[in-house]
Design a protein around this ligand. Sequence first.
Ligand code: PBG
Length: 326
Amino acid sequence: MYLQRRNRILRKNAAIRNLVAETVLHPSNFIAPLFIDEGNNIAFEIPSMPGYYRRSIDGTVKEVKELWSMGIKAVLLFVKAADDTKDNTGKESWNPNGLMQRAIKAIKDAVPEIIIMTDVALDPYSSYGHDGIVKDGQIINDETVEALVKMSLSHATAGADMVAPSDMMDGRIGAIREAFEQNNFTQTGIMAYSAKYASCFYGPFRDALDSAPGFGDKKTYQMDYSNRLEAIKETMMDIEEGADIVMIKPAMSYLDIIREIKNAVDVPVSAYQVSGEYAMIKAASKMGWLQEDKAILESLTSIKRAGADLIATYFAKNALRILEEL
Ligand code: PBG
């Protein structure tokens, strides 16, 4: 047989495959999400996220030191607010001595160089488990944005490097940026969850923070997964309003969206491999149906190949270990 081109030449062995690999994961691509709880010396394994823990501040600080020493550059903080702090205003979210604010300070003290990103949305603080303020059964936009601005300012004051609004209210990026300008937070960034879909894949996360919506669902603010153009519109608007980084969430079922956004924007693109994606890989591996390390590496590489510059993933630590062993 005579062939002009033999594509398999570039797949002959690992050395040549590595030589021509188009997508390479790097430790600084990852953002490690962390779940934080009150108390001391608490490490609660989340039942639907085996191997992942919700920790008190002391344990979180230890974890961050380890992540930093491994090469992780950013953490994304979520807190489990105590039940008696929850209401329909979300006011605990801007308490200067709240759990989030104390966690930011403790981490900054221990590992000053790590980039601290903070989740901005009312759901952990809401007695209704919604990302916004509820009035007559509706999640109301403009009052919620005012609350999110207070929350963002309080995170910035505590020392957060970037706020990450995950609420999907209209106009919140512009309002937060304006508040940062007015209050001289000219070094604080915004990573906008720009294309955040109403997804069943957030289920385990809501177990982790006990933040499932008390009524209805999140479809009046999070996006309909049938839509593609809407993701571009949301993202473009967030960039105009002042987002430094834009995010697509979830990741694996939305690789097409990641690519389209990557092609359309001039800011870094981030993707969030969410709790349900973690749970799927963990569960199948536990059953012996998938090889965990291979599934982790393949899923993360595909997210980067789709166009994500940064990946928020519960597998950040596993990925670093796997990459080291390669
Ligand atoms: C809160 C928030 C959620 C996630 C990140 N921020 C849950 C939700 O919107 O219901 C999901 C993260 C995950 O599933 O890993 N607004």
